[in-house]
Design a protein around this ligand. Structure first.
Ligand code: FES
Length: 160
């Protein structure tokens, strides 16, 4: 029988192989078992940056044609907003800061009238906020996205 000398290095390498094989043999079944579990992960709700405005104090906004300038505490940098309930039952919400030089714009006389700036004066669409008349064309009055209007709860969601 042939005698084979085993070096210290060979011993360490072979021992490592045996230990490694043992780890693989005991770990794979546990790994597969954990993959078989049908775990339900509960994700947090998506962030909602819509502000729910209570329209109870503004009954005119509950009806088509209603217009109201209001201030929401802590919103829009303290500036008023104009809320318009159009005849087609859609809502529009605009900033009151004129995009020309910042004068506060007036509420439209009705839901389909223009939003007028008294300073120079420009006029903006009550539907899109786009410039429609006046010396400074191409400007757009800032608007806020509107979410769900709940006529029963008398609330309007505004992304503000
Ligand atoms: S500030 Fe409104 S048109 Fe100039």
């Amino acid at each position: 029988m042939e005698k084979k000398d085993i070096t210290r290095r060979d011993f360490i390498v072979n021992t490592g192989k045996v230990i490694g094989a043992g780890v693989v043999v005991t770990t794979i079944p546990q790994f597969l078992t954990s993959c078989e579990k049908n775990e339900t992960v509960t994700l947090p709700p998506p962030p909602s940056n819509f502000y729910t405005l209570d329209l109870t104090p503004y009954p005119e906004l509950l009806s088509k044609g209603g217009v109201r300038k209001i201030k929401i505490a802590g919103k829009n940098q303290g500036n008023d907003i104009i809320i318009i309930h159009h005849q087609d039952d859609s809502f529009k919400v605009f900033d009151t800061v004129c995009p020309h030089q910042g004068c506060p714009v007036n509420s439209p006389s009705d839901s389909e009238a223009t939003i007028d700036c008294p300073c120079h004066p420009n006029a903006y669409s009550s539907v899109t906020g786009d410039w429609v008349a006046g010396p400074y064309s191409g400007l757009v009055l800032k608007s806020f996205e509107v979410g769900y209007f709940d006529a029963t709860k008398k609330t309007l969601e505004i992304k503000i």
